[in-house]
Design a protein around this ligand. Structure first.
Ligand code: MN
Length: 290
């Protein structure tokens, strides 16, 4: 069978650089750099750290805030995140773990550095990705998937290329995350000098996020930190190579072809639905933290 190559469309540096609360110094990979439609159904990606935090007795982070209409996916690399929400879920996301929170009709939550990490201090590194939901799911009850590192299958794609499949399928490995639309989310580690050709589903937009390192994507060089390459939904083959040890996150997803109306932590389809979300939050209809 002939596998068509995906077309490399463009490469972008991160856009804004800012703090989320007092715990997350982030570089925003999109949409602050103008990347939006080409990475649909993904709405936003913040790369926090790597940053050093001294020991403290007060957990840093983001206080209680709402979300509606989409999913927040938190991937911990170094350090940990404590989370609790109005649906009664609480837990700690440790390095290698992924929390996939479907806000849907509405959740209020707080995100803080883990208790132990706060006490010891150290290097903090995390990604938060926002995944849009189709209109039919936006007002359904929230869902919470706490995925531990041990539940995420790891595959050796080639010598020095290790993939952890969080969602979707790659090389016969299936990610544990349940999604509402087809998504391929893969944590990739490439050793210096390694290369591999990956076969990905056709019909999905693809972002190759270089967190750090020096790689080639379809033969084109890409280096530095917090960069993203965008590839066509057509084709399946992705050729990656690494000049230095590199950390990459693959974001594949079938686009959701519906209007997007967004306002801060609310992502709906119309402005009326945004007004309703603001009213519902103010009236306490998304719940509160106990
Ligand atoms: Mn949040």
């Amino acid at each position: 069978m002939i596998v068509e190559k995906k077309t490399l469309l463009s490469q972008h540096a991160f856009g804004s650089q800012h703090w989320v609360g007092d715990g997350f110094p982030v570089r925003n990979l999109f949409p602050s750099n103008g990347v939006a439609d080409e990475i649909n159904p993904f709405l936003m990606l913040d790369y926090a750290g790597p940053a050093h935090f001294p020991p403290s007795d007060q957990p840093r982070g983001v206080e209680e805030h709402p979300h509606r209409g989409f999913e927040t996916v938190t991937i911990a690399y170094q350090g940990s995140v404590d989370h609790r929400d109005s649906a009664g879920n609480a837990g700690t996301i440790h390095p290698g773990d992924v929390q996939w929170m479907t806000a849907a009709s509405g959740v209020v939550h707080e995100e803080k550095h883990g208790r132990e990490f706060t006490a010891t201090g150290g290097t903090f590194e995390m990604v938060q990705l926002w995944v849009n939901l189709p209109a039919v799911v936006k007002m359904t009850p929230p869902r919470y998937q706490s995925i531990t590192s041990a539940e995420i299958p790891s595959v050796d794609l080639a010598h020095g290329v290790v993939a952890r499949v969080i969602a979707g399928e790659l090389s016969g490995a299936h990610g544990p995350a349940k999604t509402f639309t087809p998504i391929t989310l893969v944590d990739l580690r490439l050793a210096a000098g390694s290369r591999a050709t990956l076969e990905l589903p056709a019909g999905q937009n693809l972002g190759v996020v270089l967190l750090r390192g020096e790689v080639s994507v379809q033969g084109q060089p890409m280096s530095g930190e917090a960069q993203i390459a965008l590839l066509s939904p057509s084709g399946q083959a992705l050729e990656l190579g690494a000049e230095t040890d590199s950390l990459v996150l693959l974001l594949g997803g079938e686009p959701i072809n519906e209007p997007v109306a967004s306002y801060g932590p609310f992502v709906m389809n119309t402005q009326d639905e945004i007004r309703q979300a603001v009213a519902d939050y103010r009236a306490g209809r998304m719940g509160s933290l106990s």
